[in-house]
Design a protein around this ligand. Structure first.
Ligand SMILES: O=C(O)c1cc(C(=O)O)oc(=O)c1
Length: 287
């Protein structure tokens, strides 16, 4: 599905300098072809459109996350970061054969993390031995690891994830089954990971997790519980342009207007949208 053509202007005004800490750029395919091994082909979602959305929503910066449809070719994301005037940084997907010189180049270009995807519908069988090698390669750069999994897989996956080194950021709340309630086993396992201070989590993607649909009332308690329990280790992002959405396309303005329901105080909002992402992605600017 194409992204929302005219998102609402949100009523909620993010703190000055706020960071959309999870979004993507796709293509344009004519210039940045999609990976042959991809599991889906999205619509073009170029940097200029992302930056217009950033301004429209009242944000100042973006963290652009490499999506599976571009494989390990990070060129579209790097091009977007280069065009951002210092207002975007990125999370790459890498092969373990990446050279040290390439890693240095990626660091200089604004990359601060790598992403490991465990969703079968996106990557088939996750190459765990390769993930371990990539984790070893990036350790000296001070980057973090972003992981995307379904909470149902956690019983089996947790030991592997816990053995990864350094800071680990969980995508999209660890994808709990919201119909199973806050007390579900899957969500308990996500929260158990968060008991380890090396773990951070993104309270993003209500549109993917909801059973009720917009306004995503069924997802709010999950996001809020994570924010209140871990105020210094939560991030928020639009997930624009919302690849693979089939039920409906979210209005990004409405997603921003959910923030006060997830982070009800100005202090929690400041941490979620500004202080936490700045610490992780622009630490040199944090006093
Ligand atoms: O749930 C998804 O379909 C999805 C896919 C990708 C990707 O293809 O990398 O990234 C996301 O953040 C979410």
């Amino acid at each position: 599905m194409p992204f929302h053509p005219s998102p609402a202007k949100p009523a909620f005004v993010p703190p000055a300098g706020a960071v959309d800490a999870h979004c993507h750029v796709f293509g344009p395919a004519a210039r940045f072809p999609f990976a042959p091994e991809r599991k889906y082909t999205p619509v073009d979602a170029p940097a200029e459109t992302l930056f217009d959305l950033r301004d429209h929503l009242g944000f100042a910066r973006n963290v652009i996350v490499q999506a599976t449809c571009h494989g390990t070719d990070n060129a579209a994301m790097l091009d977007a970061i280069a065009k951002s005037g210092g207002r975007a940084r990125g999370v790459a997907v890498l092969d373990e054969t990446v050279t040290d010189a390439e890693l240095e180049r990626l660091h200089a270009a604004g990359i601060r993390g790598v992403r490991f995807n465990f969703l079968k519908r996106l990557v088939g069988d996750a190459p765990r031995d390769r993930y371990v090698k990539v984790a070893e390669r990036i350790a000296r750069l001070g980057w973090h690891i972003v992981i995307y999994f379904e909470s149902e897989e956690l019983e089996e996956l947790s030991p592997f994830i816990r053995a990864l080194p350094g800071t680990i950021v969980i995508d999209h709340m660890g994808r709990p089954d919201v119909t199973a309630g806050l007390g579900s086993e899957g969500f308990a396992r996500v929260r158990a990971l968060m008991d380890d201070p090396r773990f951070w989590i993104k309270v993003s993607c209500p549109e993917r997790l909801t059973a009720a649909g917009p306004m995503y009332d069924d997802v709010v308690p999950f996001a809020r519980a994570l924010v209140e329990a871990n105020p210094d280790r939560v991030l928020w992002g639009t997930d624009w342009p919302h690849p693979n959405m089939r039920s409906h396309m979210p209005d990004d303005g409405m997603l921003v207007d959910m923030i006060p329901r997830i982070a009800p105080t100005p202090e929690l909002q400041r941490k979620l949208l500004l202080e936490n992402p700045m610490r992780l992605y622009w630490p040199e600017e944090v006093l």
